[in-house]
Design a protein. Structure first.
Length: 278
């Protein structure tokens, strides 16, 4: 048994207990896969990360990301939460103005954005419209008419996300999904708010195959959505997404297109600071 530095952080919120929690274990070099998966199952959070020395010469650290059931090649809220935890322990980036995280999809750039952190959205690995059969399944799973789905797209970026759009944020909030019908899908649902409010869109992320019915706030999904929505002209180059409302959270995701890059940002708070013995 050995002690390891441990944080539990809340991501995409500036209010404790209102975002998406993340467990972070530092110094996990040499941990076997089974131990990481077992520990993530024990924390029972949407994700747990394990920080270790990088293998890529340009990376500042390496992270592996686990849900209670599977390992993910990339995820957004673990990226920001792990970076905040690493910085709080005195981590110093090798490159001016950017922290480079090594993970399953390669290197992810992270920058400080005022009091927030933001990651560069990775490239989409799958895009294009969904098949009619998928739309039939989703309309049945949510109990909505197929014409209520006003747009749809693959937005995979490591996780195999697909997305549908409804015509209002309220319709997104009103959904009562049949989770069993979503057992094979990573699905995002998005709808716009009226102009002039705090947030521009409401997002819900359903991740049943990963062992979580609905994720409170999802960075990778919002990164994929941003590439779709901005490039299609459905959203402006800078907007704020709300997520987690239906779960009693107050997630806020800050999206900005700078040049050819899209950055996805949010606040992070450390809620638990201690050690774990494993």
């Amino acid at each position: 048994m050995k002690l390891y530095k441990f944080h539990q952080v809340d991501v995409f919120t500036d209010q404790p207990l209102r975002g998406n929690p993340l467990a972070v274990v530092h110094g996990a070099d040499g941990w076997p896969d089974a131990r990481m998966q077992s520990f993530a199952h024990w924390t029972n959070l949407s994700e747990t990360t394990f920080v270790m020395a990088p293998s890529h010469p340009d990376a500042d650290y390496k992270v592996r990301i686990f849900t209670p059931k599977i390992e993910l090649p990339f995820a957004g809220h673990p990226t920001l939460g792990t970076c905040h935890s690493w910085l709080s322990l005195g981590g110093v980036a090798k490159h001016d103005g950017v922290i480079k995280q090594e993970c399953g999809v390669g290197l992810i750039d992270i920058r400080k954005d005022g009091g927030r952190l933001a990651f560069r959205a990775p490239p989409l690995t799958k895009t294009g419209p969904l098949h009619d059969g998928d739309l039939d399944r989703f309309s049945a799973a949510f109990g909505v008419a197929k014409p209520d789905i006003v747009a749809h797209q693959w937005v995979a970026n490591g996780p195999n996300w697909c997305a549908i759009m409804l015509d209002s944020a309220q319709k997104v909030l009103d959904l009562t999904p049949d989770f069993a019908a979503l057992s094979g899908d990573l699905l995002g649902v998005v709808g716009p708010y009226p102009n002039g409010g705090e947030c521009d869109i409401e997002v819900r992320g359903f991740v049943v195959p990963a062992g979580i019915n609905e994720d409170p706030v999802t960075g990778s999904l919002n990164a994929g959505l941003a590439k779709w929505l901005i490039r299609s002209g459905m959203m402006k180059d800078r907007y704020v997404a709300s997520q987690g409302t239906i779960l009693g959270r107050k997630g806020r995701v800050y999206v900005e297109k700078r040049g050819e890059n899209i950055w996805v940002g949010g606040n992070v708070i450390i809620c638990v600071d201690g050690q774990v013995m494993v």
